[in-house]
Design a binder for this molecule. Sequence first.
Ligand code: ADP
Ligand code: TRP
Length: 332
Amino acid sequence: MSKKVCLTGIKATGMPHLGNYVGAIKPAIDMANSGLYDSYYFIADYHSLVSIHDPKLMRSFSYEVAAAWLAMGLDPSRVTLYKQSDIPEILELHWITSCFTIKGLMNRAHAYKAQVQDNEVLERDADHGVNIGLYTYPILMASDIMILNADVVPVGADQLQHIEIARDIATAFNNTYGNKLKLPKAIVREGNKLLSGLDGRKMSKSYGNHIPLFSSDKDLKKLINRITTDSSGPTEPKNPAESLIFDFYSEFATPEQTEALRARYLRGIGWGEAKMELLSVLNHLLKEPREMYAELMVNTTKIDRILEEGAAKVRPQAQALLKDLKYSIGVK
Ligand code: ADP
Ligand code: TRP
């Protein structure tokens, strides 16, 4: 029996951060390494075009995302890594899927809704800053998933709505033409938890509260120092359940290290000391990836080659699927 297809994408909107790592990159790499799936991971550069209109930035962010996947352990001999814009078939499918998407679904999509709500607060026209790419963003995402008939999609919990929309679109298509498109299943980490950012809200590039994955030791220290703490003294006991530092720590440390820090919190620990412990586990996790990332970014020809090979593998499969769908809808 053929393996299930696992697929996920990351937008090229900046260097990935720790939230992207725990929510999407790490689970996806673990799934690929399990050997249970055929894995396809990509850089969603056309999705970035919704907001990135500077060609230099677009190029550089695309390389940053590819380098991040590779530096955090993606093995290109086990995973097909590619760039969305190298697979034009996705855009053909985008049109077909658009014709099976109820407009109301897009009105409810959260990225678009958030923009409309911001406009309301600022008393601007509801459509201010909304391009059609933002409005139909979930349809392109559905097409990314369906072009390879993916079974499972590892993503952060904020993407669950998009996967639901993809399922709705596939169902609408299948209701007319028979079971042609698979209904994808989202894989989110336990408890649907999103990693918090430095200010306690969801870590996100758009909130500027994120820790970029490949920050230097010095920058990492500065960012960790920004985490706000209360005024309790260094010998006073502290509650680990109410500490963002502890939250971060337990995410990246071993269970033994986490238990040891918990005990120190209960006995009494200075915030400065707790921050140093956090810095040390993050540096340990990121030391080698940081070096590999720097190497990949100095000479991007290796990334180019990997992405070209990825696209060459994906395109024939994408073409076969489209051929079948075109026959189904009657344009062939
Ligand atoms: P951002 O919100 O910073 O722009 P993206 O939208 O590019 O991040 O997210 C890429 C992937 O990382 C998605 O699967 C998303 O669900 C996941 N992700 C983003 N932020 C977090 C977070 N704070 N915790 C867990 N997963 C996250
Ligand atoms: N929308 C996702 C995000 O903002 C990125 C993405 C685009 C994606 N296409 C995808 C994720 C397909 C999973 C599958 O993070």
